[in-house]
Design a protein around this ligand. Structure first.
Ligand SMILES: [Mg+2]
Length: 331
């Protein structure tokens, strides 16, 4: 039996090889609950940040292995499918934010069948009033391009502070955003709650939040409307499934960040559409991330069909592999 997951960044591979691998060798790979609990306790600093970006892909690979052992897609082992395909929103990172160009791209992806899009603001507190005006000009052009009722989201990638964010959400509110994402870093829970109260429209965060306990803090504080914990980072498929159960008790939807598509897709396919309404599809990076895979999973008409292969459905396309090297990190 074997399980596969990736791609990984070098820092993740370092955590896995130096910290986790000695603990995992020779263990029962089907006992993913036991292994996750122990990985969370292995390093005294290990329940957040970089350590969790090493723990999480190991958990995803264990689910791939479990699916292959049972001969079933992972979403079936998780209790799905709840639907034959899952809607994806178009995540427009690295598109031009010049209003005319952005509006043109927004119309193009709306026409492809995407029922929601997310755009990223470039300007923050260091750019003063002129930067705020540019953010709003882009947002207004996008709203005019897609029409008044289309789901249009915005992301500040933690680049703002609370006063700046409060001013921005007040300026954005007339444009009817479906959510404002990561206006500030997620551990600033009190600030998020203030921004949420000022906005009057949904606030999203979670892609840099790790494990169910950090999620609980946001939910109990009333600081979030849409949770975005990423299975590649927050503790794997095992932890994201627990987070979905927790979030459903607060009637807060989970729309996982889309660092990679497949783990989030399998979890989504095993949850109620109320709990997980969509997945994220990063238009300009998913094709590269899946370059060595076959099949390549991408939305068609705005929806991603579920894999029917055992495990995660991740297969290496050998025709693209030119060489293989084992990474070694010396002490
Ligand atoms: Mg984001």
């Amino acid at each position: 039996m074997s399980g596969l997951f990736g791609p990984l960044q070098e820092a993740q591979a370092y955590v896995i090889q130096r910290s986790l691998r000695p603990h995992l060798l020779g263990r029962d790979p089907l006992a993913n609950e036991l292994l996750l609990d122990q990985m969370l306790r292995l390093d005294r600093h290990g329940r957040s940040g970089l350590s969790m970006t090493g723990v999480s892909p190991v958990d995803c690979a264990l689910w791939d292995l479990k699916g292959k052992a049972w001969g079933q897609p992972v979403y079936r082992l998780l209790g799905g499918p709840t639907r034959p395909s899952v809607p994806a929103y178009a995540s427009m990172l690295r598109f031009s934010l010049e209003p005319t160009a952005a509006a043109e791209a927004a119309r193009e992806y709306q026409a492809k069948g995407f029922t929601a899009q997310k755009w990223f603001f470039r300007h923050g507190p260091g750019d003063g009033e002129a930067g705020k005006a540019k953010n709003v000009a882009t947002a207004r052009a996008l709203r005019e391009a897609v029409g008044p009722d289309y789901a249009l989201m915005f992301d500040a990638v933690m680049g703002w502070d609370t006063p700046y964010a409060i001013d921005m959400v007040k300026r954005l509110a007339p444009l009817n955003p479906a959510w404002m994402e990561e206006p500030i870093p997620p551990e600033r829970v009190g600030g998020l709650r203030q921004i949420r109260e000022a906005a009057g429209f949904p606030i999203a965060t979670g892609e840099h939040v790790y494990t169910r306990w950090q999620v609980k803090e946001l939910l109990v504080a009333g600081a979030v409307d849409v949770l975005q914990t990423d299975p590649d980072w927050t503790g794997g498929i095992t932890e994201l499934t627990k987070i979905c159960a927790l979030a459903s008790a607060f009637e807060t939807p989970v729309v996982a960040h889309g660092h990679s598509l497949l783990p989030a897709l399998h979890v989504a396919a095993a949850q109620s559409p109320v709990t997980v309404p969509r997945v994220e599809f990063l238009i300009r990076s998913q094709e590269n991330k899946q370059y060595f895979h076959k099949p390549i999973y991408r939305p068609e008409g705005g929806d991603v069909r579920l894999p029917d292969l055992p495990g995660l459905g991740l297969v290496i396309d050998e025709s693209k592999v030119e060489s293989r090297t084992t990474m070694e990190f010396k002490a």
